[in-house]
Design a protein around this ligand. Structure first.
Ligand code: GLN
Length: 230
């Protein structure tokens, strides 16, 4: 399992979301508070953000806490749409930078918290790595993000043990699913944060119920239940 975070709103720095908060992704990399699977997230990290329409990424296969440059550069990376993650690789999955979220199809930045049997996912020539999250990302991209809820329900039907928390942004929309793991939302005056767990103790954090699709746009936040087979 991993922890991820997304932002949609006014341009803010990556540091303000990831490295500066008391319990931001940097701290969650070694001391997450709500993680149900895995103890820490030491197998890599990724920060993705939109630079105009262009998604840009900085990914690594090493622990976020050990990076020599992130603390220096993160205050200068500013964007209105950010998707970042720290990774705890599942057993048997490769540990390499290309296996760290966010994944991209050139339009979306996408992260997966969870585990899915790779045998239920279609083979993909475009997957960035061979871990389950990269294969799942490729099949979500192939179906299109407008079908995200359907894709998650279908994958869950094929693998009833799957945990499928997705977070994806394209610059003007932030989409997330809850399927087996935690997700919280903070509505701020300058934008909306979706995160696997709160990055601080602000009482404004709301927990998103399991098996839901969340869509954040400039117009607001929409929550839709996902109907599964069980
Ligand atoms: N199954 C994921 C992987 O190994 C685990 C990390 C995560 O929750 N995305 O890639």
């Amino acid at each position: 399992m991993c922890r991820h975070l997304g932002w949609l709103g006014e341009p803010v720095s990556v540091a303000s979301l990831v490295t500066e908060p008391a319990n931001g992704l940097l701290v969650q990399s070694y001391s997450p508070r709500r993680q149900k699977h895995g103890l820490m997230n030491a197998d890599g990290w990724g920060v993705g953000f939109f630079d105009g329409d262009t998604p840009r990424r900085w990914r690594s296969a090493t622990p976020m806490w050990g990076d020599a440059s992130l603390a220096s550069v993160a205050p200068a990376l500013r964007s209105g749409c950010i998707v970042a993650a720290v990774r705890s690789a599942s057993v048997g999955m490769p540990i390499e930078a290309t296996a760290s979220a966010p994944f991209t199809d050139g339009q979306w930045l996408l992260s997966h918290n969870g585990l899915v049997d790779r045998a239920v996912l279609p083979l993909s020539a475009t997957a960035e790595s061979t871990n389950d999250s990269a294969l799942l990302a490729a099949s979500i991209f192939a179906r299109g993000l407008d079908a995200l809820g359907h894709t998650i329900v279908e994958v869950a039907a094929a693998d009833p043990n799957a945990r499928l928390n997705i977070l994806a942004g394209n610059g003007s929309r932030l989409l997330a699913t809850t399927w087996g793991d935690t997700l919280s939302m903070l509505r701020r005056r300058d934008g909306v944060v979706l995160a696997s767990e709160p990055y601080d103790d602000d009482p404004g954090w709301q927990e998103i119920p399991d098996r839901h699709l969340v869509e954040v746009t400039g117009a607001g936040v929409e929550l839709t239940p996902l109907k599964g087979s069980s």
